[in-house]
Write a protein that binds this ligand. Structure first.
Ligand SMILES: CC(=O)SCCNC(=O)CCNC(=O)[C@H](O)C(C)(C)COP(=O)(O)OP(=O)(O)OC[C@H]1O[C@@H](n2cnc3c(N)ncnc32)[C@H](O)[C@@H]1OP(=O)(O)O
Ligand SMILES: O=C([O-])CC(=O)C(=O)O
Length: 491
């Protein structure tokens, strides 16, 4: 059985949490009958529609089935006691200003502090690096462990992480028509557009959509959302591999290895698995880009589209289309473009003055400096710092890294003097490109695809909870300028 044949890639010493139920499931019915009495708020009488396969062992689903009833109760009580409490007010500027700071969304996986940066289920990036299980000879968190943390709020054991690796590998097979769809894309179509197309096409096998139309109970939606989410996380890896190999290599994609972890398999389908340092970089990358609370464009879009009960595939495709914008996830492509052009212009023997002059030229032309600024953060992004630490350890002499390091000092000075940007410090996108190009993944148009794979972890983790908590369709109120004027006059 897959679980038992997995190699010793886990660093079990870092598995901090107590041992939980980890035995594999034989069937969905078994899952529910094995749970303690108290956990039966998730109905036992769940139908098993003909299209629905229980082939995949899933300790994570088992854990969720225990957590969901308690959380439902907790939220019910919380809302009953505090449902009318006021959390903030909205100004006219916030309506015109992208709803910045308006408390409007529920997001369980992570919360962003403007100065400290992101906490994934209350763990900082550094704490995740210390506490989450990593590969045997590695230091970075395995993306599987990050997903478990995002979904459950708990640090997984090495066994739980192994089971997730096996489950994702087992679900990775692509439908033939999706492979053909990717193969038929013109090579002028941006990799993010190809990714979004392929993810949309996975809708064909959505068990959530089929379950909805077969009339399953609302209380069971989370289970079908879980199934689609796990398929999506698994299949996005060979999809990305196919896009990359078609566009930039020989079109041949290595098969998913059932006994390897997610980061390794991603490196392998891209053609880079012979470099363990690169595999570690991918594990770090996939973990830290996964979630950034709920208000960012990709997370919010996935959540919004999912609220209409569109399937996880349709929700994530929408999310990826948002991530593909240059002010959001495309910035990591834009940053490398910017660095390469800058390098060409200033040469190798640059000074702070030549860099500043180059930057002022950009700003005076009304353009932005990609990789700097943030809608919420007001200090250097800790995800930037985690990547900087990686570079200091593995590529301290790389000329592009040296340029990034110089800019880390120069850009905040220039942006502060420029006086517009609320946050003159670097964000996550400022650093990823130089790391990837160092290991030979030089095609920057592909970088946002990696971001998309990682962001799928965070968006899916929340979508499972959206359905578990029965969140309604999202529908905030909008106004025209005329109506706003009238309301302000009245007020
Ligand atoms: C994963 C991520 O999504 S991280 C962000 C990735 N995006 C980038 O790196 C692109 C560069 N940065 C930006 O464009 C912005 O800082 C954003 C989109 C990230 C945030 O936008 P906002 O919250 O509107 O930023 P802020 O309130 O500081 O903007 C105020 C002004 O400063 C400008 N500004 C903000 N950042 C920059 C920058 N890096 N370079 C130049 N000008 C900037 C804005 O364009 C805006 O100008 P305007 O008044 O003429 O419209
Ligand atoms: O939080 C944001 O608005 C953008 C961001 O850094 C992310 O989504 O990772």
């Amino acid at each position: 059985m897959l679980l038992l044949s997995l190699p010793r890639f886990m660093n079990a010493t870092k598995a901090a949490s107590s041992r939980r139920l980890a035995s594999s499931l034989k069937s969905q019915r078994l899952l529910f009958t094995r749970l303690p009495q108290k956990a039966t708020a998730v109905p036992l009488k769940q139908p098993t529609p003909a299209f629905y396969s229980t082939a995949h062992a899933s300790p994570l689903k088992e854990r969720l089935a225990q957590l969901i009833p308690k959380r439902r109760e907790e939220v019910k009580k919380f809302r009953a006691e505090h449902g009318s409490d006021v959390l903030g007010e909205v100004t006219l500027n916030q309506i015109y200003g992208g709803a910045r700071g308006v408390p409007a969304l529920l997001w369980e996986g992570s919360v962003l502090d403007p100065n400290e940066g992101i906490r994934f289920r209350n763990l900082t990036v550094k704490e995740c690096q210390e506490k989450l299980p990593s590969a045997t000879h590695g230091k970075q968190p395995l993306p599987e462990s990050m997903f478990w943390l995002l979904v459950t709020g708990e640090v997984p054991t090495a066994n739980e992480v192994q089971a997730l690796s096996a489950e994702w590998a087992a679900r990775a097979q692509l439908p033939k028509f999706v492979e053909d769809l990717i193969d038929n894309c013109p090579n002028t179509l941006h990799p993010m557009a190809q990714l979004s197309l392929a993810i949309t096409a996975l809708e064909n096998d959505s068990v959530f959509s089929k379950a909805y139309h077969s009339g399953v109970s609302k209380a069971d939606y989370w289970q079908f959302t879980y199934e689609d989410s796990m398929d999506l996380i698994a299949k996005i890896v060979p999809i990305a591999g196919r896009i990359y190999r078609n566009l930039y290599r020989d079109g041949v994609v290595a098969p998913i290895q059932p006994d390897k972890d997610y980061g390794y398999n991603l490196a392998n389908v891209l053609g880079f698995s012979n470099n363990e340092e690169f595999v570690e970089l991918l594990r770090l990358y996939l973990s830290i880009h996964s979630d950034h609370e709920g208000g960012n464009v990709s997370a919010h879009t996935g959540h919004l589209v999912g609220s209409a009960l569109s399937s996880p595939f349709l929700s994530m495709a929408a999310s990826l289309n948002g991530l593909a914008g240059p002010l959001h996830g495309l910035a990591n492509q834009e940053v490398l473009d910017f660095l390469l052009k800058m390098k060409e212009s200033v040469g190798d023997d640059y000074s702070d003055e030549t860099l500043e002059k180059y930057l002022w030229n950009i700003l005076d032309n009304g353009q932005i400096v990609p990789g700097y600024g943030h809608a919420v953060l007001r200090k250097t992004d800790p995800r930037y710092l985690a990547q900087r630490d990686f570079a200091l350890e593995h590529l301290p002499e790389d000329p592009m890294f040296k340029l990034v390091s110089r800019l880390y000092e120069v850009v905040p000075r220039v942006l502060t003097k420029h006086g517009k940007t609320k946050n003159p410090f670097p964000n996550v996108d400022s650093h990823s490109g130089v790391l990837l190009q160092y290991y030979g993944l030089k095609e920057q148009t592909f970088y946002t695809v990696l971001f998309g794979i990682s962001r799928t972890l965070g968006v899916m983790a929340q979508l499972i909870w959206d359905r578990a908590l029965g969140l309604p369709i999202e529908r905030p109120k909008s106004f025209s300028t005329e109506v706003l004027k009238k309301r302000i006059e009245k007020a």
